[in-house]
Ligand binder design. Structure first.
Ligand code: NAD
Length: 461
């Protein structure tokens, strides 16, 4: 179904509301059946998904394949859902003996999921899994800048689910704004900080809770006690996968002054080993999503001395993997999220200095620290704040299903992945269950002095 006008959108939301009210989505067997249908729909379209990602971003098939990890996430939800939906008993306390206290997870209702273009398939499906598991109706709005994936998502969903249950609404900013006029029970947004603020403002009008999965500048601190080759490999991979268009890509490197030049040489070598002498010819190197982003990135190349890379081609939106040295911390490239294949490498003298540099900026989505020294690892964990951390690695924490993923401060609000996604799309309802007997008279007026003393004693215990 094609939904484009404001009327279409509000009638779709109304249809989902009526369907939700029927209660079918609350049945755990229903939810498990829908997860199985989603899994089958994705599994049977794997090649088409890889093709769409290639067409939108020039994604190498292996990098596209990382987006198919959502299949594993569906299996995880299928395996654990019975446990997640069970009411949890908590201690009631002697005061209310013999009552029972339980926490019941219940679906929120009709939820909206808005996604970005950089991992345009998985960043729609991953929250959808939790929304289905928790028993909600869902409207998905994929990014207009990954049109092939957006179309494929729309087909996949309309072939698999009725629109009153789950629907894709395709389109750009105007369509997103029409959607935001409607009242939802939760909005799950993945995208930039600027648009995140617009989404939160629109949600506030309806008192709708939001999850904001945003971006920012994720620092990568490299100490002098490291294995240089492995460090360089892991940074090079994390930075240049998807041509740097990854929300948790290392944005810049802060290298200890004693190893900075060796690290630069090692990263240069890794770029050659990974992508060959001319990365433009490598089948394993992606392209920039559109000309607007490409032009923004090309302008940033002037913010330092190019050590390697720096070549670009407008025709196929190519920018070579690039290392920048002698970057002024006040230059534009150090103010905005780079979100492309340009890696500034700055240096520091002491760990305290590196920590201060990070703490003087907005809290990042990810922080990477390379060091063999346990004490220094603990110092970093204790003295910095970020959505997540990898020690001696980049990116891979996102792949651990049981690690909740999300930002802090400017990098976002809320968490998901694994059970955290189910929690995000659930309301935890607190319930007290009392028998009719006994029914002690003390709490009822007229209050007695004896009851006052009793309660004072009881609460002071
Ligand atoms: P974006 O914020 O420009 O767009 C995201 C979505 O919002 C799109 O669907 C778009 O149509 C919609 N949108 C754009 N302008 C809007 C407006 N004025 N009102 C309502 N909706 C609007 O983000 P993007 O360029 O697609 O993605 C890049 C950003 O996303 C980066 O900052 C990156 O770090 C971040 N990101 C974060 C994560 C994460 O998990 N935290 C993952 C991927 C990307």
């Amino acid at each position: 179904m094609t939904v484009t006008t404001a009327n279409d959108i509000s009638s779709l939301v109304a249809k989902q509301r009526s369907y939700f009210a029927k209660g079918e989505t609350k049945d755990i067997h229903f939810r498990l059946r829908q997860l199985a249908k989603l899994k089958e729909a994705i599994a049977s379209r794997q090649d088409k998904i890889l093709e769409a990602l290639k067409a939108d971003l020039g994604k190498p098939p292996l990098e596209g394949c990382f987006e198919l990890a959502v299949l594993r996430d569906i299996s995880y939800a299928q395996k654990n859902l019975r446990k997640w939906v069970k009411p949890q008993s908590v201690n009631t306390g002697i005061e209310l003996f013999p009552s029972l206290s339980r926490i019941y997870p219940e679906p929120l209702g009709v939820v909206l999921i808005i996604g970005p273009w950089n991992y345009p398939f998985s960043l729609m499906i991953s929250p959808l899994i939790g929304a289905i598991a928790a028993g909600n109706c869902v409207i998905l709005k994929p990014s207009e800048y990954a049109p092939n994936t957006s179309r494929l998502l729309a087909e996949l969903i309309s072939d698999t689910f009725p629109p009153e249950y789950i629907a894709v609404v395709e389109g750009g900013v105007e369509v997103a704004q029409e959607l935001l006029q409607c009242k939802f029970d939760h909005i799950f947004f993945t995208g930039g900080t600027r648009v995140g603020k617009i989404v939160m403002e629109a949600a506030a009008k309806h008192l709708t809770p939001v999850t904001l999965e945003l971006g920012g500048k994720s620092p990568c601190i490299v100490d002098n006690e490291v294995q240089l080759l492995e460090t360089a490999k892991r940074i090079t991979w994390g930075k240049f996968i998807n041509a740097g268009q990854t929300c948790i890509a290392p944005d810049y490197v802060l290298a200890h002054k004693d190893i900075k030049s060796q690290l630069i040489e090692a990263i240069k070598q890794c770029i050659r080993d990974f992508y060959g002498e001319n990365p433009a010819l490598s089948p394993d190197y992606a392209r920039i999503v559109n000309l607007k982003q490409w032009e923004r990135l090309v302008a940033l190349l002037a913010d330092g001395t190019i050590i390697t890379g720096g070549q670009y081609s407008r025709e196929d939106r190519y920018i070579a993997p690039t290392i920048l040295d002698e970057v002024n911390p006040h230059s534009p490239i150090m103010q905005e999220e780079i979100f492309g294949p340009i890696l500034p490498i700055l240096s520091y003298n002491t760990l305290e200095e590196a920590i201060e540099f990070v703490n003087n900026r907005p809290k990042p989505l990810a922080l990477y620290f390379f060091s063999k020294n346990r004490k220094k690892q603990e110092t970093i964990l204790r003295e910095t704040s970020s959505g997540g951390v990898c020690i001696n690695e980049t990116i891979l924490h996102v792949g651990v299903t049981e690690l909740p993923f999300g930002g802090v401060g400017d990098s976002g609000i809320g968490k998901y992945h694994g059970k955290a996604t189910f929690d995000t799309f659930s309301h935890y309802k607190s319930v007290l269950i009392r028998p009719f007997w006994p029914d002690f008279p003390w709490r009822y007026p007229p209050y007695s002095q004896k009851a006052l003393q009793l309660f004072q004693k009881m609460f002071a215990r």
